[in-house]
Design a protein around this ligand. Structure first.
Ligand code: BGC
Length: 511
């Protein structure tokens, strides 16, 4: 079985096992759409990431990220040689893209800052690139001038290549480097930005980059690398959060989180074994990061399973590192809102534990997670349209972590052939049905969801997948000199939703 995420073809022999079970969940695939207006203060917008939209990989003093390095040194990892060297050239199209945001009437825009545009070799001691500072200052100032709230991610997968020569996230020396960078961003932009996330999808940074390999730098140490990376990343986040509390919070009054992602894990049957396997999947994939940042430590099931499997291999310590008491204190309660990104859902069945000598994250987890053949497909093999999964996921987050601080959906979208402009029945419908489930979560389940950011405004570089499959509501003509943007049908629908808060023609106000 193969799955494509970001265009990289991976074999998931143990993990993915599609097509054996026919779902009994068919009744949940309802086309019914809520007619209750979203809350008036709901955040509506789009999300983006520096590597995917900016291009200008080496212009005006920018240093190379791990992706820039791989575009040169491992070009065959990128489909058709399509990489982020130029991409949609957002670097030279700031005003054009802000015009699109204004056309869409959104009140929020999520962007990420390329660490190496600010600090070319990743380190403060290597010098600050003023042109990089100015580039983001200009965007943030223009967004604010147009009443569009910026949500800024400090690192969306594009860590400095220079730090990778020392092991990147496998070396704890990345922590002080990140803290210098985060501090500089708060000193520079903190008065204008209220919403921050330190990292985008740590599971993909750490698992993809150091364990299973669908993300650069693909420095793979299965069953070890992802945990060390995750540990250093979590410590970097907690220490950055502490710095914000001590130096910036009083004056800047911002909110900080980490963008977490989860493919919803639904038990294939109601047997206790499948229920347990699905919960284990959620805890390994989301709890790995959410538990420490809410409760101060990894989920018990991770500590227990990885510890046990390490002992049985005669290792003296667990492959999952331990936090010190001080680190637990720092980590506990270190997010100000819950940022979740969700795209699809898998069914889960229990399976026998993998042999302990084959170390990998997937084998530590040992579940069978798959998508049945009768679920609606898209052009991406990993993505089937499962709107009800959104509501289940939101319920689980509220029940597991609470929703007092607000749950913010910071990415959700639909992958398709980028040349298709008539996308109301595909992308538009997908946004509509997911939003309807989110609306049910808000009104029927009383969950505090504060916003929704569509991925994405324009077609961009889908990592190793180039622009073969994209998520944009605006088409980009990648062959044209100006990278011309053209609206797809879904822009009309999304604009209507954003301006009216209503998914159908006529809505009623909530009681
Ligand atoms: C990532 C985006 C990516 C999207 C679609 C998310 O996991 O944050 O960078 O483009 O998925 O694959």
């Amino acid at each position: 079985m193969t799955i494509i995420k970001g265009g990289l073809i991976l074999s998931f022999i143990c993990l993915i096992h599609r097509g054996t079970a026919q779902t009994t969940l068919g009744h949940l695939f309802s086309e019914e759409v809520s007619n209750i207006s979203f809350p008036k203060n709901f955040k509506w917008g789009y999300a983006s990431a520096a590597y995917q939209v900016e291009g200008a990989w080496n212009l005006d003093g920018k240093g190379p990220s791990v992706w820039d390095y791989d575009a040169r040194n491992n070009p065959d990892w990128f489909i058709n040689g399509q990489n982020g060297d130029v991409g949609p050239d957002g670097y030279h199209n700031v005003d054009v893209d802000i015009e699109l945001l204004l056309r869409q009437k959104v009140n929020t825009y999520r962007l990420s800052i390329a660490w190496t545009r600010i600090l070319p070799n990743g380190l403060l001691s290597g010098g600050i690139n003023q042109k990089g500072i100015d580039f983001y200052k200009n965007i943030i100032t223009k967004l604010r001038a147009n009443n569009i709230e910026p949500v800024v991610t400090m690192m969306h997968w594009d860590q400095p290549r220079a730090l990778e020569d020392n092991g990147g996230f496998l070396n704890e020396s990345i922590i002080p480097a990140f803290l210098d960078y985060a501090t500089l961003l708060w000193e520079t932009y903190g008065d204008d930005v209220q919403w921050w996330t330190t990292f985008n999808e740590p599971k993909q940074i750490c698992g993809g980059g150091y364990d299973w390999g669908w993300s650069s730098p693909q420095n793979l140490l299965p069953g070890i690398g992802s945990y060390i990376c995750g540990h250093n990343l979590l410590r970097a986040h907690a220490k950055a959060y502490k710095i914000y509390n001590e130096r910036f919070r009083e004056t800047q009054k911002g909110k900080i989180s980490v963008n977490l992602d989860l493919t919803w894990q639904e038990p294939a049957t109601n047997s206790p074994e499948d229920e347990e396997a699905a919960e284990r999947g959620r805890l390994f994939w989301l709890g790995w990061f959410a538990h420490p940042m809410v409760f101060g430590d990894y989920p018990e099931i991770m500590k227990q399973r990885i510890g046990d499997r390490s002992r049985r291999l005669n290792l003296t310590t667990s492959r999952l590192p331990e936090f010190t008491e001080e680190e637990k204190e720092e980590l506990k309660d270190s997010i100000d809102f819950f940022a979740i990104q969700m795209y699809t859902t898998n069914l889960v069945t229990a399976q026998e534990d993998a042999p302990v000598n084959e170390t990998s994250f997937d084998n530590d987890l040992s579940i069978n997670s798959y998508q049945p053949d009768d679920w609606p497909t898209t052009l991406s093999s990993w993505f089937r349209v499962v709107p009800w999964g959104a509501r289940r996921l939101l319920n689980w987050i509220r029940d597991t972590y609470g929703d007092e601080k607000g749950i913010f959906i910071t990415e959700n979208g639909y992958p398709d052939d980028q040349t298709i402009l008539e996308d109301m029945d595909t992308r538009g419908r997908c946004h509509k049905l997911y939003l309807s489930n989110i609306n049910d979560a808000i009104y029927k389940d009383k969950i505090n969801v504060i916003g929704y950011l569509a991925w994405s405004l324009i077609d961009d570089v889908e990592w190793y997948g180039g622009w073969v499959v994209t998520f944009g509501q605006y088409n980009v003509d990648f062959t044209s000199e100006n990278k011309t943007r053209t609206p797809k049908q879904s822009t009309e629908y999304y604009r209507k939703v954003v301006t009216t808060g209503c998914l159908v023609d006529d809505c009623v106000e909530p009681l």
